[in-house]
Write a protein that binds this ligand. Structure first.
Ligand SMILES: *[C@@H]1O[C@H](CO)[C@@H](O)[C@H](O)[C@H]1NC(C)=O
Length: 381
């Protein structure tokens, strides 16, 4: 703040004791600074009279000076260092001369950018259909103008303003009202924005996930795709996971479709599609079973016996159940008389003959495929 002689104004003149008065002036009479700037006022007894006694400075109502007030030579210069909004107001100086005591008043204006406050501050989670209102208040000098808009839009919303409170209000909020709202305070010193997020729960915007098939049976080594679709607004984000296990190593997800390449039996299980947006989430499940064709082996795959010995060969198979076993003799239309085969894949001959020598074949079959295994039987006397 400059103390230019031109601003010297005679300001106030008060009678003191016994009808006598000192003419006290303060210059400048009014100072306007920005927050953070400093202002100085000089108080003097005018008319060439010699000041008598100390110069005193006070705020209105005889309050003490703020802690950022500094007094200059002889107390005549009051400096408000790095002014704060609360420093705005009147400063009175009292001085005396041989003519008596008098006082003068200076006014400090502190301009500052808006400070904006919302009640409630948010984020707000509300039910669809509920009434909702958010109040925006601001301080600032000059007095700020308050407006509301929605994030991502420049359109000013229609709100009600009364007593320096600008209120945005919904008598019954809708899911599509979910979003971030901004109250903006503007004055010459700056622009201040405060945001509040409003999430409307339930209703049309909430996600609903659905899968193409809830149960799938697929064959080992094949590629599997699981589709998940979700309605909701804003459009939900789809994620896939597997119940109690990580997703198989060879998987990809694109546009809500989970693809598993070359599945194995260990990939069987429950897969979960999760559709999430600001209103919540929705899960849909796919139960997948990976099936495999049988793989058969004979135990033992070669036997040497003597006539009258007993023969027992087990056909083993792994793969999806149920598995059927059929024994035949290679090159013959039927098994030898006295041979029997069991449901669980055993080939039995109680007493073998020389003519039972040969190759026997087990075929294991399930609903996916079949597999053969051979057992060589050698009988020598
Ligand atoms: C689905 O997403 C929601 C929100 O992100 C989460 O709370 C929930 O646990 C998820 N469900 C699964 C199965 O991951």
């Amino acid at each position: 703040m400059d103390l230019s002689p031109g601003v010297l104004i005679l300001c106030s003149l008060l009678a003191s004791v016994a009808g006598q008065a000192a003419v006290v002036t303060v210059e400048p009479r009014t100072a306007t600074v920005r927050q953070g700037e400093s202002a100085s006022f000089r108080c003097q007894v005018s008319g060439g009279a010699q000041p008598v006694g100390p110069i005193e400075w006070k705020r209105s109502n005889n309050q003490a000076l703020p802690d950022n007030a500094k007094l200059g030579p002889g107390g005549s210069v009051l400096t408000i260092v790095s002014a704060r909004p609360a420093n705005q107001g009147q400063y009175h100086c009292k001085a005396g001369s041989s003519a008596g005591r008098g006082s003068a008043t200076a006014l400090l204006n502190v301009k500052f950018a808006p400070k904006v406050r919302l009640t409630p501050a948010g984020p707000l989670r509300v039910r669809m259909g509920d009434p909702v209102s958010v109040e925006c208040r601001a301080t600032g000098r000059p007095r700020p103008k308050l407006t509301w808009k929605r994030q991502g839009s420049t359109l000013q919303l229609v709100t009600s303003e009364a007593n320096d409170v600008n209120t945005i209000r919904w008598p019954a909020i809708h899911p599509e009202d979910s979003g971030v709202y901004i109250c903006q305070g503007v004055n010459n010193e700056g622009v201040t924005e405060v945001k509040v997020e409003i999430v409307v729960e339930g209703g049309l915007g909430a996600p609903v996930a659905s899968v193409g098939a809830t149960e799938m049976t697929v064959v080992e080594a094949h590629t599997v795709t699981m589709e998940c679709q979700a309605s909701g607004s804003p459009p939900p984000v789809i994620t896939w996971s597997k119940l109690r296990a990580p997703l198989p190593w060879k998987h990809t997800v694109a546009n809500g479709v989970l693809t598993l390449t070359s599945v194995g039996r260990q990939d069987s299980g429950q897969y979960i599609c999760n559709a999430t947006n600001t209103h919540g989430y929705s899960e849909a499940y796919v139960q997948m079973e990976v099936e495999s064709p049988p793989y058969a082996t004979c135990l033992p795959d070669q036997v040497r016996l003597q006539p009258r010995d007993s023969l027992s060969v087990q056909c083993l198979a792994h793969g999806s159940h149920p598995i059927q076993f059929v024994w035949t003799r290679v090159g013959r239309t039927s098994l030898p008389a006295g041979a029997q085969s069991t449901r669980d894949g055993q080939l039995l001959i109680a007493h073998v003959k020389l003519s039972d020598s040969g190759t026997y074949k087990c075929v294991a079959t399930n609903h996916i495929g079949s597999s053969e295994a051979l057992a060589k039987v050698i009988i020598k006397a």
